[in-house]
Ligand binder design. Structure first.
Ligand code: SF4
Length: 216
């Protein structure tokens, strides 16, 4: 972190929210990267990007009252997506069934694929024995690249991630041709509610230090 890095996390003003950044701090992107922001603003003139952004903005009307499952369906309807692809972690199979039911009951077509599709093991990527949970055993391995391919081949118009591990989500997003959104993330320790790590980080038992680092 240097004086020249953008640091919105530490901005007390958030003046951008009201549309006037004239009194923004020195680390504001409006001051450090105005040309980048100008170029990106011009991209909104592309009719496709403009429509995509409008379809998100329309969901804001219900953003404080509707949950993410509802907002995902609203966004899909705004976009005209009827065929949803669900890529889920095998450990969240119960949740995947519930979510499929909800989508179908709301009139969507659903295809769903588990992370274990293809029956891979960590031997397929040459994981050293000492890095396995139990050395010498078959360690099942997620197949997010396969999930993305299956959903794309199945005609997914919007692929929804449910509980993929950190990194498997990266691989999925990198390989998916369909647009991707996230309903939930894998976090067994916190009942898949990762933000609880932040909300409890000032507790005496937290292993995380969320105090602001001192400047060097
Ligand atoms: S964009 Fe500028 S005003 Fe907005 S949060 Fe970042 S630093 Fe603050």
């Amino acid at each position: 972190m240097t004086e020249m890095d953008v640091q919105c996390s530490y901005c007390a003003k958030k003046s951008c929210f009201m549309g006037d950044v004239s009194n923004a701090p020195e680390f504001c992107p409006s001051k450090l990267a105005p040309e980048t922001l100008k170029k990106v603003r011009a991209k909104l003139d592309d009719p496709e990007i403009q429509k995509m952004a409008q379809d998100v903005a329309k969901t804001w009307k219900g953003i404080y009252t509707k949950n993410r499952v509802e907002l995902t369906m609203e966004y899909a309807r705004n976009r005209g997506y009827n065929r949803l692809g669900l890529a889920f972690c095998v450990g969240l199979s119960y949740e995947a069934e519930l979510l499929s039911n909800i989508f179908i009951n709301e009139g969507f077509d659903v295809i769903s694929v588990s992370c274990m599709c293809g029956s891979l093991s960590s031997d397929d990527v040459g994981l050293p024995e000492e890095d396995k949970i139990v050395s010498g055993s078959r360690q099942p391995m997620c197949n997010p690249v396969g999930q993305a391919a299956i959903l794309d081949e199945g005609g997914s118009e919007l692929s929804v991630l449910l509980g993929l591990c950190v990194g498997d989500d990266v691989l999925f997003i990198k390989h998916s041709k369909a647009p991707v959104t996230v309903i939930g993330v894998k976090d067994y320790a916190l009942a898949h509610n990762s933000l609880a790590a932040l909300y409890t980080s000032r507790s005496v038992v937290s292993r995380l230090n969320s105090r602001r680092p001192k400047k060097e």
